[in-house]
Write a protein that binds this ligand. Sequence first.
Ligand SMILES: [Zn+2]
Length: 71
Amino acid sequence: MARYILNSNAQSTGEHEVHNTNTCYWLPEPRNRIDLGEHPNCQSAVSEARRRYQGRKIDGCAHCCPDCHTR
Ligand SMILES: [Zn+2]
């Protein structure tokens, strides 16, 4: 399990990125991190973020969640 966070700041292209706090070197500033809790994989963390923030564009970080990065 790893702890995942959502960047409260959207990218210039409009999506909010999910990051793995255990492995990512590109984490947003602490004040811009929304805790998503512990997840076994990025797919689970992205699902949680989409459930909580319906209507927002949510994607995985290219660096720490390449399996969930689609943009
Ligand atoms: Zn990341």
